[in-house]
Design a protein around this ligand. Structure first.
Ligand code: SAM
Length: 231
């Protein structure tokens, strides 16, 4: 992949995420018709033969991937700042939920009734391993790319702290050529490898153009990376 100097602009605040996208019901990143295609394509590779995994979906929005993973028997935990997104997830899918305040953090907990899906509502940077527990798999689609680049090392440290030693952190990120102020913020795969160095071993599983998604006049490359904790 070529190197591109990017103008990342300023950080999109949590209120802006809410006002620009969720309050306006303008969510071009949301896939309305089912789980993410890469999750289906790589399902056997990611989950293998073990029947029941504990899976974390950071910055989950209202992705239907959570519903699909729970329907396969897994325990799914999402985290999302927008209360609108969290409530829409349950309403859109006809699910009842119970809501409570987390006692040791600023987060709220939304738990589906009759299904193994829990969504923590709040800022990912208010979460930690004590609050979330640990996971066999992290499914990060468009989440790392939504984190303002100066905060990425902290985000990766959090992911490492909640990943089981033998777990897999599956990261679907984006690379694009245009000068574009994020989000999505540009992800340079080489820089990601460097950032992950010492924390994770990383392997690019797939890199392909996503012609259906144009950002600032440039096609995106969708990249799927598997990160595992360095021995
Ligand atoms: C590009 S969307 C991706 C949503 C989801 N992963 C999907 O595939 O549909 C990014 C989401 O991150 C949320 N978000 C951004 N910053 C956050 C933060 N610091 N903590 C929690 N959620 C955040 C936004 O509200 C938005 O729903």
């Amino acid at each position: 992949m070529s190197s591109t100097v990017q103008n990342i602009g300023s950080e999109m605040s949590l209120e802006e995420w809410e006002n620009v996208y969720w309050k306006k019901d303008f969510t071009p990143f949301h896939k309305t018709d089912g789980p993410h295609t890469l999750l289906i394509e790589f399902y056997d590779f990611i989950f293998g033969l073990k029947q029941r995994h504990r899976i974390f979906v950071p910055l989950c929005g209202k992705t239907k991937s959570m519903l699909w993973l729970a329907s396969k028997g897994h325990d799914v935990v999402g985290l999302e700042y927008s209360p609108i997104a969290v409530k829409s997830f349950f309403d859109d899918n006809g699910l009842l939920f119970e809501c409570s305040d987390h006692t040791n953090s600023k987060l709220k907990i939304f738990k589906a009734v009759g299904l193994n899906i829990t969504i923590f509502q709040g800022d990912i940077f208010d979460a930690n391993a004590q609050v979330l527990g640990t996971f066999d798999v992290i499914w990060d689609r468009g989440s790392f790319t939504s984190i303002y680049p100066p905060k990425r090392p902290r985000y990766l440290e959090l992911m490492r702290s909640i990943l089981e030693k033998s777990g897999s952190y599956m990261l679907n990120s984006f690379h694009f050529e245009a000068i574009h102020k994020g989000p999505p913020y540009h992800v340079e795969t080489d820089i990601l490898h460097k950032m992950a160095d010492g924390m994770f071993d990383s392997k690019v599983l797939l890199s392909k153009k996503s012609p259906d998604w144009i950002v600032s006049g440039s096609e995106l490359h969708s990249v799927l990376i598997k990160l595992t904790i360095s021995k």
